[in-house]
Write a protein that binds this ligand. Structure first.
Ligand SMILES: C=CC1=C(C)c2cc3[nH]c(cc4nc(cc5[nH]c(cc1n2)c(C)c5CCC(=O)O)C(CCC(=O)O)=C4C)c(C)c3C=C
Ligand SMILES: [Fe+2]
Ligand SMILES: [Fe+2]
Length: 367
C-alpha cells in the first residue's frame, strides 16, 4: 500500500523541481556483528530469500530454522570474528568507501549525482536507502549492483528488493538497473592491473586460480547466465594478462548444502595443483569486488591451509578491487553509461556562460 504520509520531497515533486539523479551501490550484506545472534539474524534473512534457496518453503523453512540456523550461526560467527576490523565488516567498509570515492569521481567529472550504498541483507537496507534518497529529492535512481556477473540468486534479488520498496510509494522515481558488467573493459583492465601489481611486488606464480562464488549447477540448466559470464570474465582477464590455458584455472567456491554446485570446486582444485607438483599458486576472486568473509577467510586462510597441507610451498591471495583507483574509474564509467540521457552534467553558471559568450565573440572578431 502506498504510504500517504507527506514526505519532505512531495512538494518538490509536484511542483516540477529539476530532476535529481542518484546512484545506489548495492552489495550482498553482512552481519552487524561477528556474534551468533547477529549472524543468525543475517543468515535468516539471506537464506530465507527464495531467490537464494530455490526449495519449496514448506520443505526449506523447517530445515533452515530447525537445523541450519542453530548449527551454522555460531560456526559462521567464529569465522567472521577472524576477519572483523575495529570499524566493522570488511564487505560493508569497502562498499561504503567505494560509494564515497565514486561520488568524488563523478563530481570531478562534472556530474551532479548523489551516491549512496545499501546492503541486500542487513543494514543499511535497500528500502531505507531508497527512501532516504527519495526524501532528499532524488527523482531518478540508478541501481548499481556490486556483482559483475548476473545471477538470479544475487542481481535479481536486488531487483526484487527495489520492486518491494517501489510498491510502497505513490510517486515512484525513475529507476534503472545495471544487470552486469562482467565484460566491461574498465573492469577487466582494473582486475589485470590489480594482479600485475601483485606480481610486480611479489613475483609471479606457476599457476593462477580465478575463484568465483558458486551457485547450484541446476541454475545453469534453468538458464541462469552466471556460469557463462564468469567464464567470459576469466577468458578476457587471461587475455589481458597474456596467460595460456595451462597457466590458469577457473574454479567455484563456497558450496552450500548437499546439491551439486558449479564445478570445479576451489579447494580440491588447489589440492590437486599441489599434488601435481605446483609449488606456488596465486588466487584471485574477480567476482567479488570487495574483500569479505568468502575471500579473506575461505580463500586466504582455508584455501592457503589446504594448498600447503597438500604439499604446496607458496600461496598468495590477491586482494579484490576494493577502492583501487582504476576500479573506481571503471565503476564511474559504467554508471555514466547507464545514466545516459539523464542530463547529470552540471549546467554552467552565469559567470561561466558570460565567459563562454566572450570567447565566442572574440573568435568571431578574429575571423
Ligand atoms: C544457497 C546459498 C547461497 C548461494 C546461492 C549464494 C550465492 C552467492 N553469494 C555471493 C556472494 C557472497 N556470499 C557471501 C556469504 C555467504 N553466502 C552464503 C550462501 C549462498 N550464497 C552464505 C550462507 C554466506 C554467509 C557466510 C556463511 O555462513 O558461509 C558473501 C560474504 C558476506 C560477508 O559478510 O562477508 C558474499 C560476498 C554471490 C556473488 C553469489 C552468487 C553468484
Ligand atoms: Fe554467498
Ligand atoms: Fe563460505
Amino acid at each position: 500500500m502506498p504510504s500517504d504520509a507527506p514526505s519532505p520531497a512531495a512538494h518538490a515533486h509536484t511542483h516540477g523541481q529539476a530532476a535529481q539523479t542518484a546512484v545506489l551501490l548495492c552489495n550482498l550484506g553482512t552481519p552487524d556483528a561477528p556474534t551468533p545472534p547477529a549472524v543468525r539474524r543475517y543468515l535468516a534473512e539471506f537464506l530465507g530469500d527464495r531467490r537464494v534457496v530455490e526449495i519449496p518453503r514448506a520443505v526449506w523453512l523447517p530445515i533452515l530454522y530447525g537445523l541450519i540456523l542453530p548449527l551454522r550461526s555460531a560456526k559462521s560467527a567464529a569465522k567472521y570474528a577472524t576477519i572483523w576490523t575495529p570499524d566493522g565488516s570488511p564487505l560493508k567498509l569497502w562498499t561504503e568507501r567505494q560509494a564515497k570515492r565514486l561520488q568524488g569521481w563523478l563530481g570531478e567529472q562534472g556530474h551532479r549525482v548523489r551516491v549512496a550504498y545499501a546492503m541486500r541483507y542487513g543494514t543499511p537496507s535497500i528500502a531505507s536507502q531508497l527512501q532516504a534518497l527519495a526524501d532528499a529529492g532524488a527523482t531518478r535512481i540508478l541501481i548499481l549492483s556490486a556483482y559483475p556477473q548476473y545471477s538470479g540468486t544475487t542481481t535479481a534479488s536486488v531487483i526484487d528488493a527495489v520492486g518491494a520498496w517501489a510498491r510502497t510509494q505513490r510517486h515512484v522515481p525513475e529507476l534503472r538497473f545495471v544487470n552486469r558488467y562482467h565484460d566491461d573493459p574498465g573492469y577487466i583492465a582494473a582486475l589485470a592491473h590489480r594482479i600485475q601489481r601483485h606480481w610486480r611486488e611479489h613475483g609471479r606464480p606457476e599457476h593462477l586460480v580465478l575463484s568465483f562464488h558458486g551457485v547450484p549447477e541446476r541454475t545453469l540448466h534453468l538458464g541462469d547466465p552466471y556460469h557463462c559470464e564468469c567464464r567470459k570474465t576469466a577468458r578476457l582477464l587471461g587475455e589481458a594478462l597474456n596467460l595460456g590455458a595451462s597457466q590458469m584455472t577457473v574454479s567455484f567456491q563456497s558450496r552450500f548444502g548437499k546439491a551439486k554446485w558449479l564445478e570445479p570446486y576451489t579447494e580440491p582444485t588447489l589440492q590437486a595443483l599441489a599434488r601435481g607438483g605446483t609449488k606456488r599458486v596465486d588466487v584471485a576472486c574477480p567476482g567479488f569486488t570487495s574483500d569479505c568473509l568468502e575471500t579473506l577467510e575461505e580463500i586466504a586462510q582455508e584455501g592457503r591451509d589446504a594448498f600447503l597441507a597438500a604439499g604446496g610451498k607458496e600461496f598468495h591471495y590477491i586482494p579484490c578491487l576494493n577502492d583501487e583507483t582504476e576500479w573506481i574509474h571503471a565503476l564511474g564509467g559504467i554508471a555514466v553509461r547507464h545514466m545516459g540521457g539523464w542530463e547529470t552534467q552540471r549546467q554552467p553558471d552565469a559567470k561561466e556562460l558570460a565567459a563562454q559568450k566572450e570567447r565566442a565573440m572574440a573568435l568571431g572578431a578574429a575571423r
